[in-house]
Design a protein around this ligand. Structure first.
Ligand SMILES: Cc1cc2nc3c(=O)[nH]c(=O)nc-3n(C[C@H](O)[C@H](O)[C@H](O)COP(=O)(O)OP(=O)(O)OC[C@H]3O[C@@H](n4cnc5c(N)ncnc54)[C@H](O)[C@@H]3O)c2cc1C
Length: 396
C-alpha cells in the first residue's frame, strides 16, 4: 500500500510518522510545497500544550486535545524536547465575567482536565503574584513547548522508519476515486492508494480543486505578538489568560511564557489580506478576490465587522494592544514591550459566514481531508494523527 500525506506542518508530519511506524510494510511519502518543513502555523504559534479547558464536551477538540496533550507531553519527555509544565490561569477581572468562568469550569471538569482548581484573589496571587483579577481557574498541567522542534523530531523519526519526505512539492489537486493520483504543480503525478491532506491555510483550495465540497473555506486571521522587555519578564510565571468571548474561537490577548524564557503578549486576531500575510503590508489580490467571490465571505463580514474593526484598530496601535494585556498585568505600558513575529491562523468559515469551531475532518474515496484544524491542533497533533489514520481505514 502507498500512503501519501500532503502538508509538512506538525499535523502532516505526525500523521506520516505514525503511518510509517505502524505500517512498516507500506510506502509512506510526505509532500510539502515549501523548501523546508513546518514553516507556517507550526512555527508561528504560542507554543502552549493546552489541557482542554475550553472545548464543548463531546467535541473533537475536547477529546483530541485531552488525549493529544498527554501524548505530546510524553513525546517531549521521551525525546528530550523543550517542555515546561508551567500551568495556566484563566482570570475573571470582575463579577460580570464569573458566569462565563463558571461555564468554563463546567466544561473543563466534563473534559477531565487534570488538577483543575478554582481560586480566589489570594489563590491567584499565590500562583501569579503580579496578576489582577477576582477569581481564576488554575490548570497546573497546561504546558509549553516548541512545536517546530517537535515537528523536526517527528520528521527525523519518519525518515528513520523508512518514510520519504519531499519538499518543494506543490500539490495542486488529487484525481481519482478509490485510488488517487496526486498532481504536482509541474504536472508530475504521484500514484497513491490513500492520501491524507493536512494543508493548513491551503486546505480549502486543494479540496475544491479536487472536487470536494466548496465549503468550509479558509479565512486567514493574523495573530500579532509583542514580547515583554526583559525588565518585566519575571512578573509572569506561567500563562495568564482572559475569560474568552464565547462567540469567537479565539482566546483573547494573553501573556504566555515561552520555553526560551521570553514572555509573549498576544495574539490578537486580525483578518489577513493574504493567506500567508504575516505583516499588514502583505496582500494578495488573488486571495482576496477568491474570498470576495464567495457568499460566505460577505456573510462573515456582515456578522463580524464590529469585532474585525476593533481588532484592526488595536493592531495599528501598540497602546491599545498593550492596554488589553495591562488589564491582567497592571502598569504595563508600550515602553515595556517589543514587537515579535506574527502567525496566521487557518480558520474555516461555513457558507453561512459562521466560524467553524470544532476540528473538521472529511473522507471521500481514497482521500481524507483536514478541513479545519486551528488551535489546539498543535497540542492535539499526535491524537489527530491517530484519528486521521482511523478514518482513512489505515488503523490496525
Ligand atoms: C498565532 C497562532 C497561535 C497558536 N497557538 C497555538 C497554541 O499555543 N497551541 C496549539 O495547540 N495550537 C496553536 N495554534 C494552532 C496551531 O499552530 C495549528 O493548529 C497547527 O500548527 C496546525 O498544523 P498544520 O500542520 O495543520 O498546519 P501548518 O503548520 O500550517 O502546515 C500546513 C503545511 O501544509 C503545506 N501545504 C499547504 N498547501 C500545500 C500544497 N498545496 N502542497 C503541499 N504542501 C502544502 C504548507 O506549506 C504547510 O507547511 C496557533 C496558531 C496560530 C497561527
Amino acid at each position: 500500500m502507498k500512503c501519501v500525506v500532503v502538508g509538512g506542518g506538525i499535523l502532516g508530519i505526525a500523521t506520516a510518522r505514525q503511518l510509517a511506524l505502524a505500517r512498516p510494510g507500506d510506502e509512506v511519502m510526505l509532500l510539502e510545497r515549501e523548501p523546508e518543513l513546518a514553516l507556517h502555523q507550526t512555527a508561528r504559534n504560542s507554543g502552549v500544550i493546552h489541557a482542554g479547558v475550553y472545548y464543548p464536551p463531546g467535541s473533537l477538540k475536547a477529546r483530541l486535545c485531552r488525549r493529544g496533550a498527554e501524548l505530546m507531553i510524553g513525546y517531549c519527555e521521551a525525546n528530550g524536547l523543550p517542555l515546561e509544565l508551567c500551568g495556566k490561569v484563566v482570570v475573571a477581572l470582575d463579577e460580570h465575567e464569573l458566569p462565563r468562568l463558571d461555564e468554563l469550569e463546567r466544561r473543563a471538569t466534563a473534559n477531565g482536565v487534570p488538577g483543575l482548581r478554582r481560586v480566589d484573589t489570594d489563590g491567584l496571587r499565590a500562583i501569579e503574584p503580579h496578576a489582577a483579577g477576582i477569581a481564576a481557574l488554575h490548570s497546573p498541567r497546561t504546558a509549553i513547548t516548541d512545536f517546530a522542534a517537535v515537528a523536526r523530531a517527528m520528521a527525523t523519526e519518519l525518515e528513520a522508519a523508512g518514510g520519504k519526505v519531499r519538499t518543494g512539492a506543490d500539490v495542486v489537486r488529487m484525481d481519482g476515486g478509490h485510488n488517487a493520483s496526486v498532481v504536482l504543480a509541474d504536472g508530475e503525478r504521484v500514484a497513491a492508494d490513500r492520501v491524507i491532506v493536512c494543508a493548513g491555510l491551503r486546505a480549502d483550495r486543494l479540496a475544491r480543486a479536487s472536487g470536494a465540497a466548496d465549503a468550509p473555506r479558509i479565512v486567514p486571521f493574523r495573530g500579532e505578538y509583542y514580547v515583554l522587555a526583559p525588565h518585566r519578564r519575571s512578573e509572569v510565571r506561567g500563562l495568564i489568560y482572559p475569560v474568552p468571548d464565547p462567540a469567537l474561537p479565539f482566546l483573547g490577548i494573553h501573556l504566555t511564557r515561552r520555553v526560551d524564557g521570553a514572555v509573549l503578549v498576544g495574539p490578537n486576531a486580525v483578518p489577513a489580506l493574504a493567506l500567508e500575510g504575516y505583516d499588514r503590508h502583505t496582500r494578495s489580490v488573488g486571495d482576496l478576490a477568491d474570498l470576495a467571490r464567495w457568499p460566505g465571505g460577505w456573510r462573515l463580514a456582515r456578522r463580524q465587522w464590529r469585532t474585525g474593526l476593533s481588532e484592526l484598530r488595536r493592531s495599528r496601535s501598540v497602546d491599545r494592544f498593550v492596554a488589553a494585556a495591562a488589564r491582567y498585568l497592571p502598569g504595563l505600558t508600550a515602553a515595556d514591550v517589543e514587537p515579535a513575529p506574527a502567525g496566521v491562523r487557518a480558520q474555516a468559515v461555513d457558507r453561512d459566514g459562521s466560524l467553524v469551531d470544532d476540528f473538521r475532518l472529511e473522507h471521500h474515496g481514497a482521500v481524507t481531508w483536514v478541513r479545519n484544524a486551528p488551535s489546539p491542533a498543535a497540542t492535539s497533533s499526535l491524537a489527530l494523527a491517530e484519528e486521521l489514520i482511523e478514518r482513512a481505514g489505515l488503523a490496525g
